[in-house]
Design a protein around this ligand. Structure first.
Ligand SMILES: C[S@@+](CC[C@H](N)C(=O)[O-])C[C@H]1O[C@@H](n2cnc3c(N)ncnc32)[C@H](O)[C@@H]1O
Length: 184
């Protein structure tokens, strides 16, 4: 059976112990088992330093200011809706359960992590923060739970100094031709 206490699942707990180097780690959706130093959860009954929306929590941090982020949010629109309902909050007619729930938080995470900093994401896909936001994936862990349950997928990524630019890998003449094609 999968557990909602993700970080108590043995292979995930082992990965976190191995990958969490020193420095300041934060967790915007911490639940009850986060080893991060600065924790946040919408649930006021969870022990955490902050109890606000994950996006508002992330926005408080300056650019390139944290060494690592543990990111284990609700995994689906249904789970987001259930959390909001549980705490008597509105999803703004489903507005808050759209894909932007995850992508807006990932944009903020990409902004606040220091170069060479790490992000460990858990979910039902291996998207992580992504190369387009300047993150290179170094490790993926697949945790099967048996039966018809979804696997938990854990990714480890490092913030790199460069961004993926497909044009940069083209010979200059070809890059010019492509630019002209799109400008015309
Ligand atoms: C998958 S659980 C985290 C489990 C945790 N990693 C553990 O091992 O115990 C997701 C958590 O996100 C919280 N949450 C859901 N929506 C949130 C939001 N918008 N902002 C902050 N926390 C949120 C839930 O209350 C829940 O504790």
């Amino acid at each position: 059976m999968p557990s909602s206490a993700t970080f108590t699942i043995k292979p995930i707990a082992d990965l976190i112990r191995e990958e969490m180097a020193g420095g300041v780690w934060i967790d915007p959706c911490c639940g009850a088992n986060s080893p991060a130093a600065i924790r946040n959860d919408l649930n006021p009954n969870v022990e955490a330093e902050h109890h606000v929306e994950a996006l508002a929590f992330l926005k408080q941090f300056a650019d390139s200011s944290v060494d690592g982020v543990l990111f284990d949010p609700p995994y689906s629109p249904r789970q987001v809706a259930e959390c909001y309902k549980q705490f008597g909050l509105s999803t703004m007619r489903g507005e808050l359960t759209k894909a932007t729930f995850w992508s807006d938080q990932k944009d903020e995470i990409a902004r606040i992590v220091k170069p060479e900093g790490k992000v460990i994401c858990c979910g039902w896909n291996s998207m992580g923060i992504g190369i387009n936001r300047g993150f290179l994936m170094t490790r993926v862990l697949l945790v099967p739970h048996g039966g018809n349950h979804n696997d938990t997928i854990v990714t480890v990524e490092t913030k790199v100094q460069w961004k993926f630019d497909p044009m940069a890998s083209l010979p200059p003449t070809l890059a010019e031709a492509v630019k002209r094609m799109f400008n015309d």
